[in-house]
Design a protein around this ligand. Structure first.
Ligand SMILES: [Fe+2]
Length: 363
């Protein structure tokens, strides 16, 4: 039996209906163990949440089933789900029949859903929702070294790593699911740090990485995709890229402690990285390339194949993610909430610089 503790009394059970135990002696939101084994049942106020690992082969991720929107109002359920998110980094909610309002309600459990600072008030729809859309008529298309083409492809990254404040998370909800492709990839950077060779752990302690926004992933300096070419830029990206003076360099530590647990996180995004602060030389670039190769090791990746009733919550302070894209003639439409918060470790490289607000809730 594993006891999953929150500040309230939440009963947890593994593999059967016996041996229930009350867990009421832990600080709020701090799990006493992980959900890495067995099927877990959380009971709170006559409600049950079924939770199981996303994969037996991964150190992160859980899937929650048999949940209905009304149970989300329960304070103990909300605490248990928050603790699960912090513990496992990625939570798939499956079969939760919901709409835009439910998407926002679910997001509010984990923090405040952000409203885009430059959002047009005349635009229809809810202000907390951002559209992540590949449109076959005008969306971004990349060509790869083998000549294949994908729409809506995104390389490995953390959201908002190119600004000084990084949001805590987000929830994706599919609106238009393509028949082929469209998966979202995730890699846990707590597990990535844990598995770093000791030599690299010692070398990167105390180092920082410099980032600057550039939507064109063929310009990446690290974690380069061989032969990548941007064939068509989405007009919304073109509009953003037309004002590069609003993209100052920012700096983030290569390692930081997860605030809720003290676990070390490998904090590096190949997309937007320019180099190691103070090591702008071959030695620094080789070191960063080594670390990024480890951080993006596909053997530790999970690719989520979307179905219509899935919502996926991730912790953006530890889960690197990417988009595999779709055939250029397909459409894909997701909506995303942005859960506010800042881990407090980022800064402008030049404190006098000014960030274009349009960047703050972009990719
Ligand atoms: Fe993203």
């Amino acid at each position: 039996m594993i006891c999953f503790a929150t500040s309230g009394v939440v009963f947890v059970e593994l593999s059967g209906l016996s041996d229930l135990r009350a867990c009421s002696d832990q600080p709020a939101g701090r799990p006493s163990a992980t959900f890495a084994e067995g099927r877990v049942l959380i009971r709170a106020n006559q409600m049950e949440l079924h939770v199981r690992p996303l994969s037996e082969n991964l150190a992160f991720g859980s899937i929650v089933t048999d949940i209905d929107i009304s149970s989300l109002e329960d304070a103990q359920v909300r605490r248990a789900l928050t603790a699960l998110w912090i513990d496992r980094g990625l939570v798939v909610f499956r079969g939760l029949e919901t709409d835009e309002a439910g998407h926002i309600e679910l997001s509010s459990i984990f923090g405040t859903p952000e409203i885009h600072p430059l959002r047009d008030p005349a635009k229809p729809g809810r202000a907390e929702l951002s559209d992540i859309r590949y449109d076959s008529v005008f969306g971004e298309i990349y060509e790869f070294g083998d000549g294949s083409r994908r729409g809506g492809w995104l390389p490995w990254h953390f959201d908002l790593v190119y600004v000084d404040h990084i949001n805590h998370g987000g929830i994706l909800r599919p609106i238009v699911v393509p028949e082929d492709g469209g998966e979202t990839g995730f890699i846990d950077q707590i597990a990535a740090y844990d598995s770093l060779p000791d030599r690299l752990k010692q070398q990167i302690e105390g180092l920082e990485v410099v980032y600057r926004f550039d939507i064109d992933a063929s310009h990446q300096r690290f974690g380069v995709t061989p032969g990548l070419r941007l064939l068509r830029m989405d007009p919304r990206s073109s509009k953003l890229m037309a004002n590069p003076e609003g993209f100052p360099e920012v700096v983030h530590p290569l390692v930081f402690l997860q605030p809720e647990t003290g676990r070390k996180v490998l904090n590096v995004s190949p997309w937007f990285a320019l180099g190691i602060e103070g090591m702008e030389d071959v030695e620094g670039d080789v070191l960063l390339e080594d670390v990024i190769a480890h951080a993006t090791d596909e053997s530790r990746a999970y690719y989520h194949k979307w179905v219509a009733t899935d919502l996926v919550l991730w912790d953006n302070w530890r889960m690197m993610h990417c988009a595999r894209g779709v055939p250029a003639g397909s459409d894909r439409h997701m909506q995303r909430t942005t859960i506010v918060g800042d881990y407090g470790q980022g800064r402008l490289r030049d404190a006098r610089a000014i960030i274009n607000d349009a960047l703050r809730v972009n990719v």
